[in-house]
Design a binder for this molecule. Structure first.
Ligand SMILES: Nc1ncnc2c1ncn2[C@@H]1O[C@H](COP(=O)(O)OP(=O)(O)OP(=O)(O)O)[C@@H](O)[C@H]1O
Ligand SMILES: [Mg+2]
Length: 256
């Protein structure tokens, strides 16, 4: 019998036990893999560009000494990309048993992230870059109108895109943003943030990008224990926010 030749991915993951986590919003599959005392996460996506974007950001965030998982491997095989990371200690913020304390910790971690020097940041998520991407996603049929937030359900995506152009903020208060700063993408142990994950859309953008998505995450039907905690979050972040920008960045997110 001819011995089976293992792919680099199979070699890397030999002996690990896989547990499926979810099929994410974007269609990525995620598995928790354990072997002895080691726990890794494997994210697989046919959108190889999305995985590459995430892998590059993981490396850069790590170099800035920001809390992110260690990157074990980034591989492409059979038109699918794989990102293997080491598990961060703890659980994602949506599972918190102390939501009020968690919200304060999230705000403090976000302030820290937003105070990172962006002088050498290679990832540009300013509106001049992101609005054409929104248009591109719409043209490729990748915008799911049935998944819009309740208040926008029934409005055609093309109408929303037009509104995004009409109401585009004149000034962007640029910081290093996570890009998808919502409860499941932040890992905590107790009330200490151990790291940020799902960084594929991180980069320079207005700070309201992150504030808007976390505030929306608090009100999501899957997170009833966080309902009504936005004010605690905003107070702990310590800045007066622009309600128009919060609305704007939530609307923009419908395209991603
Ligand atoms: N390195 C890690 N350490 C701890 N938990 C992780 C790690 N990677 C992933 N997870 C867990 O797996 C879940 C899904 O991972 P991730 O957020 O990367 O994918 P996703 O949300 O499905 O992706 P996308 O939003 O791009 O579709 C996370 O919410 C988290 O609970
Ligand atoms: Mg996620």
């Amino acid at each position: 019998m001819i011995p089976k030749v293992l792919t680099p991915l199979e070699q890397l993951l030999e002996g690990f036990v896989f547990e499926k986590i979810n099929i994410g919003h974007s269609g990525a599959g995620v598995w928790r893999c354990t072997r002895d005392l080691e726990t890794w996460f494997v994210k697989a996506d046919q959108n190889t560009q999305a995985i590459r974007a995430e892998a590059e950001r993981l490396t850069w965030f790590g170099h800035q000494a920001l809390p992110v998982p260690k990157r074990i491997a980034h591989l492409e095989h059979d038109r699918t990309a794989f990102l293997v990371t080491q598990a961060l200690q703890g659980t994602d913020a949506s599972q918190s048993l102390e939501p009020r304390e968690t919200v304060v910790a999230l705000a403090q971690s976000l302030k820290m992230l937003h105070s990172t020097n962006i002088g050498t940041c290679p990832f540009d998520r300013r509106l001049e870059v992101v609005l054409p991407q929104a248009q591109h996603n719409l043209e490729r049929g990748e915008v799911d109108e049935t998944d819009f937030d309740d208040k926008r359900l029934g409005i055609p995506a093309a109408v929303l895109l037009e509104q995004l152009h009409q109401t585009r903020p004149k000034h962007e208060d640029l910081v290093l943003t996570h890009g998808d700063f919502c409860l499941p993408n932040i890992i905590l142990q107790g009330n200490r943030v151990t790291g940020f994950i799902d960084l594929g859309r991180a980069g320079m953008a207005d700070r309201h990008q992150d504030l808007a998505l976390m505030i929306r995450s608090f009100e999501h039907e899957l997170n009833p224990h966080f309902h009504g905690l936005s004010n605690v979050f905003i107070e702990a972040y310590g800045m007066t926010l622009d309600p128009d920008k919060l609305e704007y960045y939530q609307m923009l997110d419908e395209f991603f």
